[in-house]
Design a protein around this ligand. Structure first.
Ligand code: SF4
Ligand code: SF4
Ligand code: SF4
Length: 257
């Protein structure tokens, strides 16, 4: 009998939405169990094997010294480590707090901060080597399946590098920037969701993170030209991927007076 690859799923600082998306693969979940041995997943299993894994899907960013040690241990025991979702890639929504002083953030949330040992929220790649990333908040089910299939076949997954705008055009949408002067992040955001938000008349907020080689400064200038404030523009770029090298300049930007 062919030995099934062992998969582990871990959670760090995030909302558990990426793990839920994995559970939402309901119609094919039993097929996945035929192909993989999910032997560590605290969210769904009582008995978990902590020995070693062929594939680890890691959700969430790293925000405490304890988490740094844990991700290093996971790396040591894993052959193929996946940053599963935007939090694991670059901190995502929890990393918004990186833009305000640590103590100020903690005091806003906790009545007693004496037991809190947190740091800036960063992606797991800051601390360990990552073999693949799965973009999205959460990743789309199709990209999860593509990654698992590729891991099984030991080939590179075909993940989209182009912007949401391409998917938006395939859906025949009128552009929200040009027709309604809305601050849509589609031109700099990685495709993969099928342009869900613009197709419903809502601007893309950038939840799939930066596309390959985005021109973030050009989009920031367009937002400024159509009347958005400098603070609004910074917040746009800070929301999902403010720690990424692609968006950090715009997330920090000081406009010339
Ligand atoms: S990437 Fe989004 S859905 Fe996944 S854990 Fe982070 S906040 Fe939740
Ligand atoms: S609405 Fe947004 S995603 Fe669609 S084409 Fe315009 S900028 Fe791109
Ligand atoms: S359109 Fe943008 S914000 Fe909406 S799901 Fe897609 S990537 Fe995320």
């Amino acid at each position: 009998m062919v030995k099934k690859p062992k998969i582990a799923i871990f959670k760090f600082t995030g909302c558990a939405g990426c793990q839920l998306e994995l559970l939402h693969l309901e119609d094919i979940f039993l097929d996945l169990l035929e192909l993989f041995d999910i032997n560590y997943w605290v969210m769904v299993k009582r008995d978990n094997d902590e020995k070693e894994w062929d594939i680890s899907l890691v959700e969430g960013g790293i925000s405490t010294p304890k988490e740094i040690e844990e991700i290093k241990q996971i790396r040591k025991k894993t052959k193929f480590l996946v940053a599963f979702g935007d939090c694991a890639i670059g901190g995502c929504i929890p990393s918004i707090r990186n833009w305000i002083p640590q103590m100020e953030a903690e005091n806003q949330v906790y009545p007693d901060t004496s037991t809190i040992h947190s740091m800036k929220v960063l992606g797991i790649g800051e601390y360990v080597k990552v073999d693949a990333i799965l973009k999205g908040c959460p990743p789309h089910r199709e990209t999860i399946v593509e990654l698992l299939k590729s891991a099984l076949l030991k080939i590179r997954p075909r993940l989209k590098q182009h912007p949401v705008c391409v998917e938006c055009k395939f859906r025949d949408n009128a552009c929200l920037i040009t027709s309604k002067k809305m601050a849509c992040m589609g031109p700099v955001t990685s495709a993969g969701c099928g342009a869900i938000c613009p197709s419903l008349g809502r601007e893309c907020e950038g939840c799939f993170g930066p596309m390959s080689n985005p021109n973030a400064s050009a989009l920031a200038s367009i937002f400024k030209d159509i009347g958005f404030s400098e603070d609004d523009i910074k917040r746009k770029f800070r929301k999902y991927a403010g720690m990424s090298s692609e968006f950090q300049k715009e997330a920090l930007h000081e406009w010339k007076k």
